[in-house]
Design a protein around this ligand. Structure first.
Ligand code: GDP
Length: 304
């Protein structure tokens, strides 16, 4: 069975840790959000793509869901001593991955080609593709003005009130639409619906391709908010409740089944009315067992 996963850089990679234990890696393709991609410290950072790569080779730093576990910070520390502190703390091995991307982009390669090369060099058998080879512009409209995504996230620690989240719609990377069309099942992992999933779904042709497929999503909202990060604030800003009900409403025209957490069992009927099919499971992925159980529950949804 061919499976395509839509992913951001924290919630869905946790599910991938479970999925990769139970599916053939060659049958798995991952389309990754790129709205946060940007240049920092002179290197091109595609954070979510790198998290997915590191997750699939078991080197992801699970404390931050960013970077390589056990990495050293010689360059970062030296830059700091030189009076040039980095906005993002980049590890040395992690930086090597970024330097190669930057160099190849400069030579004219497309991001999708570079990611394919890197995942092969790292021994990853699953396909990993950026949603687009074209970078999006994204800003967060807040009560203190328009903020760059990373300024909102890092400098302002997500504290300002959010009025809107705005990003540009970009064309799909070459294999994105055909990969969805050639899949038996699409999984939308528990990633930020506003800044990770909808930017992929909004790409020309993606939503139509999803409508023709069996699509299962896992809610990143449990109880009355996101498990982590600013997704709840972003949902509210766009007029959706920060709960599995809000997720169901946002995904209702392209998702066939939504898996919600046991804690939200009382909302099962309401979700069913919005989306048609609902599953409940422990979605708080605090151990490999829970991740594998959730992955199995997602796969079991597929009915031939
Ligand atoms: P980003 O790219 O770093 O923003 O990461 P994602 O978009 O992939 O994931 C962020 C979302 O993951 C947040 O909205 C969280 O609520 C969700 N999330 C993180 N861990 C878990 C978990 O264990 N279970 C569930 N259901 N959601 C999670």
């Amino acid at each position: 069975m061919k499976i395509t996963v839509l992913s951001g850089g924290t919630g869905t990679p946790k599910l991938l840790q479970g999925l990769k234990e139970i599916v053939n890696p060659e049958d798995l393709s991952i389309i990754v959000n790129t709205v946060e991609n940007n240049y920092f410290s002179g290197v091109y950072i595609s954070g979510d793509i790198d998290v997915v790569m590191y997750t699939l080779i078991d080197v992801i730093d699970e404390e931050f869901w960013y970077g390589i576990k056990g990495d050293t910070y010689l360059t970062n520390n030296t830059l700091e001593k030189l009076g040039c502190p980095e906005k993002l703390r980049i590890g040395d091995k992690d930086r090597a991955i970024m330097i190669q991307k930057t160099k190849l982009l400069k030579e004219g390669y497309k991001l999708s080609e570079i990611v394919d090369l890197q995942r092969k060099k790292l021994g990853i058998k699953s396909k990993i593709m950026p949603m687009s080879d074209v970078d999006s512009d994204i800003y967060i409209d807040t009560d203190i003005g328009k903020l760059d995504f990373h300024d909102f996230l890092i400098d302002k620690q997500c504290s300002p009130h959010v009025n809107n989240v705005v990003y540009s719609i970009v064309p799909p990377a070459p294999d994105v639409i055909s990969t969805i069309k050639n899949s038996d099942m699409i999984i939308i992992g528990p990633s930020n619906p506003i800044t990770s999933i909808m930017p992929i779904v909004s790409i020309d042709g993606v939503k139509d391709a999803l409508k023709d497929k069996y699509v299962v999503a896992v809610s990143p909202m449990v109880g009355d908010g996101a498990v982590s990060g600013p997704a709840g604030k972003f949902m509210n800003a766009l007029g959706y409740e920060a709960s599995c009900i809000g997720v169901a409403k946002l995904y209702s025209d392209f998702v066939d089944k939504l898996i919600i957490d046991y804690q939200d069992k009382n909302l099962e009927d309401e979700v069913k009315k919005i989306i048609g099919d609902v599953g409940t499971c422990d979605t708080m992925m605090n151990s490999l067992n829970i991740k594998k159980n959730l992955a199995e529950k997602v796969l079991d949804s597929y009915k031939i």
